[in-house]
Ligand binder design. Structure first.
Ligand SMILES: NC(=O)c1ccc[n+]([C@@H]2O[C@H](COP(=O)([O-])OP(=O)(O)OC[C@H]3O[C@@H](n4cnc5c(N)ncnc54)[C@H](O)[C@@H]3O)[C@@H](O)[C@H]2O)c1
Length: 252
């Protein structure tokens, strides 16, 4: 029996990278999964991979930084599978890097919207659905840049620090109603998003390649293992936590 048998879940940003690995892991453990992404081709490919492995999934198209898309995503999950038990909010987009005095306000605003506001919006509608269901579990994807800051990546680091406090505050709000809310904070993980970032920001790449004390990049599946555990009933007394999965990057 899988860890998530009979559960219905949403994974945002599940078209590639960490989100896709989480959606595959949820399905492998028996959950019915709504794969949400604004890249339709990649999202549908994740659904295909899940079905190929014998799992159950459906695709929801939309930009989760837009309230109407988030409402539609949760409505779609309820219409398709009847309830919502678990959700992982992984979708995020970093809009730029550079010294703060040269940073454009518009880039800062977009990064906050695509990393923090989107997470808040997803939680708003996921929690409303979970309350009707008598409880649930949410895992937000943070980043180790939120823990001690990251030079030249200030908007992203601040947005992810916001995700941490959103996680803790909402865990305090909804614990008594049976909703557990945690975050996983990845170190540097080998994903298409990170490979693109390394190509665009070679100076940042040098330091990030060496971030883990384990001397390697992490794999998306290693994040998915932690998210799956926090989503399942074995984590029944864990809420309000930020779990770094980083090969020791936070203790370097
Ligand atoms: N890869 C890393 O090293 C790393 C480190 C720390 C934190 N993270 C976090 O992990 C998460 C996943 O990262 P990744 O490297 O797999 O990213 P990625 O760029 O490889 O994939 C992100 C996916 O999310 C989708 N997406 C982004 N914004 C969206 C939106 N508004 N609406 C719908 N879909 C959207 C993209 O289409 C894509 O499929 C992000 O929250 C990221 O900040 C990643």
């Amino acid at each position: 029996m899988g860890l998530l048998e009979k559960k219905t879940g949403i994974v945002t940003g599940a078209g590639q990278g960490i989100g896709r690995a989480i959606a595959l892991s949820y399905a492998r453990e028996g959950a019915q999964v709504v794969v949400a992404d604004f890249n339709e081709e990649m999202g549908r490919e994740t659904v295909r991979l899940i079905e190929e492995g014998g799992g159950v999934a459906a695709f929801s198209f939309g930009d989760v930084s837009k309230e109407e898309s988030v409402r539609a995503m949760v409505d779609f999950a309820l219409a398709t599978y009847g309830k919502l038990d678990i959700a992982c909010n992984s979708a995020a987009l970093s809009r730029g890097a550079g010294p703060i005095h040269e940073y454009e306000r518009s880039v800062f605003d977009q990064t906050i919207e695509m990393c923090l506001t989107n997470t808040w919006l997803c939680m708003k509608y996921e929690i409303a659905a979970m309350l009707k269901n008598g409880g649930g579990a949410i895992v937000n994807i943070s980043s180790n840049s939120s823990l001690r800051g990251q030079a030249y990546n200030t908007a992203y680091a601040a947005a992810k620090a916001g995700v941490n406090i959103l996680t803790k505050s909402s865990a305090a709000e909804y614990g008594a109603q049976g909703i557990r809310i945690n975050a996983v904070s990845p170190g540097v993980i080998r994903t298409p998003g990170v490979e693109k970032y390394f190509a665009e920001q070679p100076k940042m790449a040098e330091g990030l390649q060496k971030a883990a004390v384990m001397n390697r990049l992490g794999e998306p599946e290693e994040i998915a293992e932690a998210v799956t555990f926090l989503s399942c009933d074995r984590a029944s007394f864990i809420t309000g936590q930020i779990l770094s999965v980083d090969g020791g990057g936070a203790v370097r």
